[in-house]
Design a protein around this ligand. Structure first.
Ligand SMILES: [Fe+2]
Ligand SMILES: [Fe+2]
Length: 168
């Protein structure tokens, strides 16, 4: 392409205004919670203490890096889809109790998984399969975060309903 010539604008996606608004506000909500998760993990990693928490402290620091990466992916995706990425940060929780901090982190992961599954549905029903794939990649990482936290908390799925609720 000669210098100065712009690529032609082609209609790649056909999404209704309603779908677009729903998806963009959902993704901005996800972004706020990613920022919050990153901050919360950094703080918890500093506050957790005791020999049995040494391994999970390292995992929490890794989670903080993963959430940062997710925030970058979401921010770019929102911009690509025509929105303005938020700079708002959702609610952060902390405690002076080690276990309570881990429970707060696990609940945040369950909430994130639930939100992302909804987002994948919304994106796919709008035909945005490429964007949905990006969210799929993120939600797999969130599931791994949840697994690590469940293990650190001594939660065994066979005796605890976890994110599925009761089997009854
Ligand atoms: Fe994340
Ligand atoms: Fe996570």
């Amino acid at each position: 392409m000669p210098t100065g010539e712009r690529p032609s604008v082609v209609e790649v996606y056909s999404v209704s205004a309603r779908q677009r608004e729903q998806i963009l506000s959902g993704l901005n909500l996800d972004l706020m919670w990613e920022y919050a998760a990153m901050v919360q993990y950094i703080q918890h990693a500093s506050m957790l203490t005791g020999p049995e928490y040494v391994a999970i402290i390292q995992e929490e620091l890794q989670h903080a890096q993963d959430e940062h990466e997710h925030a970058v992916i979401l921010s770019d995706l929102i911009q690509y889809l025509g929105g303005i990425p938020t700079i708002e940060v959702a609610e952060r929780l902390t405690s002076l109790d080690n276990e309570e901090m881990l429970r707060q982190d696990l609940q945040a992961e369950y909430n994130a998984i639930k939100r992302y599954l909804t987002r994948i549905q919304q994106l796919e029903s709008a035909g945005l399969y490429d964007s949905a794939q990006k969210i799929r990649n993120i939600v797999v990482v969130e599931q791994n975060h949840a697994i690590e936290l469940e293990k650190a908390l001594g939660i065994r799925r066979a005796t605890s309903p976890g994110p599925f609720g009761s089997n009854a």
